[in-house]
Every structure is written in C-alpha cells, then in structure tokens.
Design a protein around this ligand. Sequence first.
Ligand SMILES: [Zn+2]
Length: 221
Amino acid sequence: MTTLFANTVRCAACGDSTEVVVVGSTNTIGAPDLDTRMPGMARGTLVHQVQRCPGCGYCARDLAKLLPGAQTGVIEEDYREQLDDPVLPDKSCEFLCLARLQAGAGKPDDAFWSTLSAAWVADDEEDDEAAVHCRLLAVSAMRMARAAGKPPGREAGIGDAIEVDLLRRAGEFDEALRCARRALARPCQEVVERVLRLGMDLAEQQDRSAHSVSEALNDPE
Ligand SMILES: [Zn+2]
C-alpha cells in the first residue's frame, strides 16, 4: 500500500515554511507502460513528486534543496508564465517549471523526466490537449538531453523506445515510425527491440492509447 505523511519544509529559495505531502512507501507490481510509467499504487503518488512553494513559486522534488540557479530562475518571466499557464493542469505546470530549473542547472536528463511527468498528470486529468502538448515538449527535452550528452535511459535504445511512444501518443505516427526504424537499425537488447516493434505496430494502427511493456514481452514471435 501507499503511505503518505505531511511534513513542514523550509523553502530553500525564499525561506518560507510550507506543508507538503511526502510519499513514505508505495508499490509497483506489474510491468510499466511503454513510456516507463510505473504501474500499481505508485501511479497515484505522481502529484506528490513535485512540490511548489506558495511564497516564491519554486518547484522542486524537495523544496528544502536548492537547485543551482533556482533563486533567479523563479523570477524570470517565462517561469512565471509557465507556473500559471491557464490551459494546463496545475501539477503539469509545476513539473514543467521544475524541468525549466533542472535544464538551467545543467541537468537536461532530469528535465526530460519532469516534462514526461507533466504529460502523465494531464493523462490522469483526462486532458488530452495538455497531454499532447506536454509529450511534444518531452520529445524536445529528450533531444536536448541527447545533444548535451546525457540521454535519458541507461541502455541503448531505451530513450528511442520512449521517444517512439511519446510521438505515437501525440498522434505523430509517421515520425514515430521513422524514429523506431532508426533505432532498430542499431544494436539493442531483445526486450528493447520488442518494445520498438510493438511501438511500430501501434503507430501503423494509429493507436494513441497507453500500452504496457508486458504486451511486447508476451508477443509470441
Ligand atoms: Zn519559496
């Protein structure tokens, strides 16, 4: 089961104290989605994985810790606009603000994962337009992380498999197919290859829904 507890933290950016909810423990029984989203009760903890200071607007995984450059980052106009973007769910805005600060702190791979979380929030809110918007931002964040030499995903092809899923679920089927073909031309583990092939099949069917890695593993080829 998931255990949550309330905690009072001092914002590392402005010094204000605020109450946050912290995840004590949770579970992830089963296989993740093709974009690595964990199954089980862990899904429900997503909204607690980013904290927002009501005083200065600092968004962080842990408000008590200061990301380098965050104190100036939170007063930038682009940051303020992102924080209060009326067309996105509040928690998506917080994850995108966090991503902005992480990118500024030289952590483009972390920025990618935060951007992906913004899309998952939109999925949970059943806000399809916001989910597509966030997925396309995540594709850009993925490419920036790669260009910086910090590709998301530890093993060969995992980043590509996530990118294929992001493009497919954003309705960019042709680009998803191109990305999958490019990735399959390079060596990767069998499990990654199966995920890429499932991604191609789904893109060919113009299927935009979420699918599990277990479907790729159970496919008797
Ligand atoms: Zn603050």
